[in-house]
Design a protein around this ligand. Structure first.
Ligand code: HXC
Length: 514
């Protein structure tokens, strides 16, 4: 009888805490078009898989009227569960409890679940919806953030870390997501800024909306802080499920293999690239023609679209694709594209995901803006990331491979395991027009018909250098192949690379240009 009573008492106690900040605060949350923290967890995880911990943790702050304040769960829900059968650790900040603000106990709940994730070698997912450091707690809140950042860094490259921004994410709250591998945002709901609009107005006298300062679109398109952009919370949760199913649980494992399926993309791979080498096309069509089921989960789709990165499967196993996108800026490498690709390459390398590089680009973007923005420093990240990576690395040169771009896009010289080129590939130090204008400058200037002479010299250059055969004659390209042979060769190369063993000299860590 006593046990029954105790069970009832427990249920009552749980029900009270599970209500979070209470009906009024929940109404406000719903009115903003947001799910509650608990609803988010339940919608993301497999049915009945969520197990909550530390429900009864309470804050210990005595100052600023806090002594009498009850903060259910101290404003954050933590626990374990699974997504499509994969075990995960999770936390979700509850904005209905004092704006999801982070005090020391709130932070310690988060660091405890992060420690679990690292020890158990499972992904850690953080749902952020918070006004930042709990102002009343002062140093306790700052300490809490520091302890989270430390763990984000320790877990980096060991377990996948995913941040979901589902509300404001202000002050210290933005730096944990920035340290994690993937950040998800939702239109009109996500906001990320280190200093809120009210502070900006007070200090700088500038009026700006939360949306313009750090809304979802800002981070998906301009800053590159966000990796996935959704129109609703439910779409966002589906994106997370897809990502989790594609990546391994930790750096000690490989991503789960699924039943392989052939591509079902309707266009013939030979008809994707236009016959005029100056015409753009969508390189994602080449990926659709190569990947299992023509499925491709693109990462950072809206930022630096001149390079495409993302995950697909080949023969049921996850691979990372890195591809120049001729539809934007002719697919050049610039500061942002280099940052974007370099980080993705490092993620793939850390988590045992082979990298397939599809190359069609005229080189690094020239100009004062890029030079001043640090294209040397950012561009070097690509060279570093590819050189450092020991996972299987395969490149297919689809069309142009000029200059520094040829080297940067996983060339043989940076350690590519397999290098293939389509027969229309142009591999040269620069584009034929630029090259002819420089090396035949005198002949062109002295000719009676300058244009005709220029055309003739451009043609000569194309025939001599802008083809795949010079590189193939030196063994820099392993095979010049027909487009239709590409998937078969990629599958074979991946199969041959299954036991790849590649060593790097001992070091504590490198010093990449980041
Ligand atoms: C304590 C907070 C809080 C905070 C919000 N609340 N943020 N309480 N500390 N940081 C409380 C509010 O007082 C309010 O309580 C409730 O949460 C809901 O907040 P609202 O302001 O009513 O909500 P909304 O209008 O939606 O605005 C959300 C917001 C705004 C944009 C996040 O609250 C805001 O600007 N907060 C401060 C953000 C900020 O500058 N944080 C930086 C902290 S310093 P009641 O009781 O009224 O419901 C920091 C430095 C760390 O983080 C650095 C580490 C490297």
């Amino acid at each position: 009888m006593t046990l029954k009573k105790n069970i009832l008492a427990l249920r009552q106690k749980k029900a009270i805490v599970e209500k979070g900040g209470g009906d009024k605060a929940i109404e406000k949350q719903v009115a903003m078009g947001k799910l509650t923290a608990r609803e988010r967890i339940l919608a993301l995880l497999d049915e009945a898989s969520f197990h909550e911990y530390d429900l009864f943790v309470e804050h210990e702050e005595q100052n600023f009227g806090m002594a009498s304040k009850e903060l259910p769960g101290d404003g954050v829900i933590t626990g374990t569960g699974s997504i499509k059968g994969a075990p995960i650790c999770i936390y979700a900040q509850d904005f209905t409890v004092m704006g999801g603000s982070l005090g020391l106990k709130h932070a310690r709940k988060i660091t405890k679940i992060m420690d679990h994730a690292l020890k158990m070698k499972v992904p850690c997912i953080g749902i952020n919806d918070s006004g930042g450091a709990r102002i009343q707690e002062g140093i306790g809140a700052l300490a809490g953030y520091g302890e989270i950042f430390y763990r984000n860094t320790m877990a980096s490259g060991v377990i996948p870390q995913i941040s979901v921004i589902l509300g404001p994410c202000a002050g210290g709250a933005v730096y944990s997501p920035a340290l994690t591998d993937f950040v998800f945002v939702v239109e009109n709901i996500s906001k990320m800024f280190i200093t809120g609009p009210n502070v900006i107005e007070t200090v700088l006298g500038e009026k700006i909306s939360q949306e313009d300062l750090g809304g979802a679109r800002v981070h998906a398109e301009i800053t590159g802080n966000a990796h996935f952009y959704a129109l609703s919370e439910l779409e966002c949760l589906d994106q997370i499920k897809e990502l989790v199913s594609l990546i391994p649980h930790s750096n000690l494992q490989k991503a789960a293999r699924i039943e392989p399926k052939k591509p079902n993309f309707k266009k013939d791979i030979e008809n994707i690239i236009p016959s005029d080498p100056k015409q753009p096309y969508d390189v994602r069509e080449v990926i659709f023609a190569l990947a299992d089921e023509s499925k491709f989960l693109e990462v950072q789709e809206l930022w630096a679209p001149n390079i495409v990165i993302g995950f697909g499967r080949m023969d049921g196993e996850t691979v990372g694709f890195v591809a120049n996108q001729p539809m934007y800026l002719a697919g050049v490498l610039d500061c942002d594209a280099s940052d974007k690709a370099a980080r993705f390459i490092r993620f793939c390398d850390a988590f045992n995901i082979p990298i397939i590089t599809l190359e069609d680009m005229p080189g690094y973007l020239p100009g004062v803006d890029q030079e001043h923005a640090g294209v040397i420093r950012h561009g070097a990240k690509m060279l570093y990331a590819y050189s450092e990576a020991t996972v299987p690395k395969i490149t297919v040169i689809l069309r142009k491979a000029y200059g520094g771009g040829y080297i940067a896009m996983n060339s043989r010289h940076l350690g590519a395991d397999f290098m293939f080129a389509w027969p229309g590939a142009e591999i040269a130090v620069m584009g034929p027009e630029g090259a002819a204008n420089i090396i035949f400058r005198k002949e062109i200037m002295e000719a009676e018909d300058e244009d005709a002479m220029r055309q003739q010299k451009v043609q000569e250059y194309i025939e001599k250098f802008a083809n795949p055969y010079v590189a193939a004659s030196k063994g820099y390209i392993d095979a010049v192949i027909e487009p239709g042979e590409t998937r078969g060769l990629l599958l074979h190369s991946l199969e041959v690379s299954k036991n790849k063993d590649d060593y790097r000299p001992y070091k504590k860590h490198g010093v990449p240009p980041f």
